[in-house]
Design a protein around this ligand. Structure first.
Ligand code: MOS
Length: 761
């Protein structure tokens, strides 16, 4: 289907279908604002007398600051102030804590406050901030700040730190060390086929297109901040705590976020520093991170070393599954990449399972969530190992997965809310032409090129959090709906407009949805793929609240055609409030608002998951990834020539944007499999590949055709519409599908990402 067909389809069905907007491939409602430059990103919030702040960062990985000489910098033109640990006013630690309400907390990306003391934990740590009248003046002065260090020997790698490994208990409240049955006995049992291998993934850096930026301004004791974030409410909470002021006195704006992939989900030191600089100078301050600073100041995906041991009977039934992860975190945060927590714990039916996670601390900048934390590198390991087992057993890899299909969540001992993974495998195999695959490695060719076909499972939890929204219906028949959620560039504006339109019975053209403002009703951090599932419910319910108010007006008005009807028999459709049983009887919504003689009908709702219901189920999204690679045997560069993804995320809110999300996830997965690697200087601990010339990510030329299908089976548990998020699942399974295809093409199993030419020679 091309874009024009999509559009016609949407236009015609809107006329005669009540749920006209949800599910349709509607173009981004904010698209025009973006391409005309009208969309305002954080760094574009300008103020009079704006000043510019530039960070000075540590050039060593461990030690103490011996002295900071700012004399030359202070004499430089335009300099207003220089902050460091020597003169920094006190900030308060800003952690939510277990008792805090979920919509009223943020989370710092690291536990340490900026400029807290003279201790250096990693290269790139902020050590000073120069504020000047122009950006050029600030950059020049920052280059004149002389920091002397007392250097100590850092721990930089998993290998160096391995003897200090420990087992953390939980990750975001979820128990981290999982065990069922007796895995060691099952691995030692006679007569089973075994696989035991170690898989490693490197540091990857989130690298959204828009670098993080903050513009802060104080008005007396009230703070306004434009910040590029995945969490306006979280940013508000953290700033309020840091400065010891009420949350209501902090206003955070972020109408557009130019990508985040997790690195803007937590709150970071530069945001606090911009606010502090504005307080000290009594002028608005702008602080932009450079691309280089994005490699140390807002997190990255930590490297992982994963050992997988599998045992199976000859018929393919798994008898043991062990998935052990060792991962470094920083000395300033304990971020965990929970590799086996979802994938290995629940994907396959197996009685004997052990999933230990071990952590070490290294003198590297703090890691943070990056698209599908845990599940993304975790699925590389387990889905590679399943492919190895399939070859060992001589069973087709899809067949092996079906023989171990989990009919329930055996980790949590709960039924699935909804699972159509079999259909994903079957449909994907059909679309890809899997039955034509000759499983023998090196057996398929395209001229001189080796051809490989690989597959893997995709999965990601179906998260939902409390959320709220408000709506205002005006006599012109238009609605304004607001929630303090975010759009990372992926479609929140559009899908919530669609949901609001259907809930209010209005065409999408008459609905405006606004987000990215902490003064709107609270909504959660856009992380863990939860925004669509959480905020859609609030938007849907606020439409219901408006309908109730309209129904009360209509049924109590003796001159209304709906006089005396029962309010619960009325529904909103095609701009009218009508009798559900006879849509010809009803009245125009705009007329109704006008007749009510109040300026607007308003409602606000707060919704949260129904725990009694949702806690009984395990809620996940599923998918199957199929990939074709072509490799020149003389210069074995892997080219992804064909991709098929079939994804089950419950009801699809917008087929075009969901497909784009999956394509984006797969593209990022191709980068993970073949290119991305943040390399650190072993002497200084500084990232060497801190730019887009050295840190490679895929471009259009790096892959061939994409075929993405979304199954669209509403989830009966997660929320009214039955939609789960689609932001992260697309990247899961991708690296494994590629590694499996590379093995099929070459007979070479690469267990260490990225799969570069030198590993295949
Ligand atoms: Mo996502 S990595 O949870 O923002």
């Amino acid at each position: 289907m091309n874009a024009l067909d999509d559009f016609d389809d949407a236009a015609t069905s809107r006329k005669d279908n009540r749920n006209a907007a949800i599910g349709k491939p509607i173009d981004r409602v904010d698209g025009r604002r973006k391409i005309t430059g009208a969309a305002r990103y954080a760094a574009e919030f300008k103020h009079g007398r704006l000043t510019h702040a530039v960070l000075v960062q540590s050039t060593i990985a461990k030690g103490r600051i011996a002295s900071i000489d700012t004399a030359a910098a202070r004499r430089a033109p335009g300099v207003i102030t220089i902050l460091s640990h020597e003169n920094m006013p006190k900030l308060k630690k800003a952690q939510g804590g277990p008792k805090a309400k979920p919509l009223e907390t943020g989370k710092m990306g690291e536990d340490r406050l900026p400029f807290e003391d003279d201790v250096i934990h990693y290269a790139g740590q902020h050590v000073a901030l120069v504020v000047a009248d122009t950006l050029d003046h600030a950059r020049h002065a920052a280059s004149l700040v002389k920091v002397r260090y007392r250097e100590e020997k850092p721990l930089l790698t998993i290998e160096e730190a391995e003897s200090t490994a420990y087992l953390p208990k939980a990750s975001f409240g979820r128990p981290l060390q999982h065990q069922r049955g007796d895995v060691e006995a099952a691995l030692a049992a006679p007569g089973v086929v075994k696989i035991q291998q170690t898989y490693t993934t490197p540091v990857e850096t989130n690298n959204p297109m828009e670098p993080s930026a903050t513009v802060a301004v104080w008005d007396g004791d009230k703070l306004t901040v434009a910040d590029s974030t995945q969490a306006v409410m979280g940013t508000r909470a953290v700033l309020a705590q840091a400065f010891g002021i009420p949350r209501e006195d902090v206003h955070v704006l972020c109408p557009f976020t130019g990508g985040g992939f997790g690195c803007k989900g937590f709150q970071w030191g530069h945001t606090m520093l911009a606010a502090m600089a504005a307080k000290v100078t009594r002028r608005p301050v702008q602080l932009n991170l450079t691309r280089q600073q994005m490699f140390t100041s807002v997190g990255h995906r930590p490297p992982t070393r994963q050992m997988i041991a599998l045992a199976a009977r000859k018929d393919g039934k798994l008898t043991a599954l062990k998935h052990e992860t060792l991962q470094p975190t920083s000395f300033t945060t304990e971020f965990i990449e929970p590799c086996g927590l979802t994938t290995s714990k629940l994907l396959y039916s197996c009685e004997n399972v052990a999933i230990p996670h071990r952590l070490v601390k290294v003198n590297v900048a703090p890691p943070t969530p990056m698209r599908a934390p845990g599940d993304c590198p975790g699925s590389f390991a387990i889905e590679s190992a399943m492919d190895e087992l399939a070859y060992e057993l001589g069973i087709d890899p899809i067949e092996l997965r079906l023989r171990n299909y989990a009919e329930m969540d055996e980790g949590e001992k709960k039924p699935w809310s909804s699972k159509h993974l079999k259909e994903c495998y079957q449909r994907g195999a059909e679309m890809f032409g899997w039955s034509r695959r000759n499983p023998k490695p090196g057996s398929m060719r395209d001229g001189d090129l080796l051809v490989g076909w690989g597959m893997a499972t995709a999965l990601y939890p179906g998260n939902r959090r409390p959320a709220s929204a408000r709506a205002r219906l005006t006599p012109d028949g238009r609605a304004l709906v607001q929630a303090a959620t975010q759009d990372l560039g992926t479609g929140s504006y559009t899908v919530f407009t669609q949901v609001a339109a259907d809930a209010l019975g209005l065409p999408v053209e008459r609905v405006t949805f606004e987000l990215g403002d902490s003064e709107f009703p609270a909504a959660p951090t856009s992380g863990g793929s939860n925004s669509a599932a959480s905020v859609s419910e609030a938007v849907y319910q606020v439409g219901g609240a408006i309908r109730t108010k309209l129904a009360a007006i209509a049924t109590s008005d003796p001159e209304s055609p709906l006089a005396g009807q029962r309010a619960d028999q009325l529904t909103l459709s095609n701009g009218r409030l009508v009798l559900a049983s006879d849509p010809s009887r009803g009245m125009d919504i705009a007329d109704l608002v006008r007749r009510s003689r109040i300026p607007a009908i308003e409602a606000e709702v707060q919704v949260k998951p129904e725990d009694e219901k949702t806690k009984k189920y395990s809620i996940h999204s599923w998918g199957a990834q199929f990939c074709e690679v072509k490799i020149d045997p003389l210069l074995p560069r892997v080219q992804v020539s064909r991709w098929v993804s079939v994804i089950d995320v419950g009801r699809v809110l917008n087929t075009k944007l969901s497909r784009s999300q999956v394509m984006g996830g797969v593209t990022m997965g191709i980068g993970m499999a073949l290119m991305e690697h943040t390399v650190y200087d072993p002497r200084t601990g500084k990232p060497l590949t801190d730019n887009f010339a050295d840190y490679l990510i895929p471009v259009n030329a790096d892959f061939g055709s994409f075929d993405v299908e979304l199954l669209n089976h509403p989830d009966p548990v997660i929320n009214t519409l039955g939609c789960r998020g689609v932001g992260e699942i697309g990247i899961t399974g991708v690296a494994a599908a590629i590694a499996n295809a590379v093995y099929h093409a070459t007979g070479k199993r690469v267990r260490d990402l990225p799969i570069t030419i030198e590993k295949l020679i």
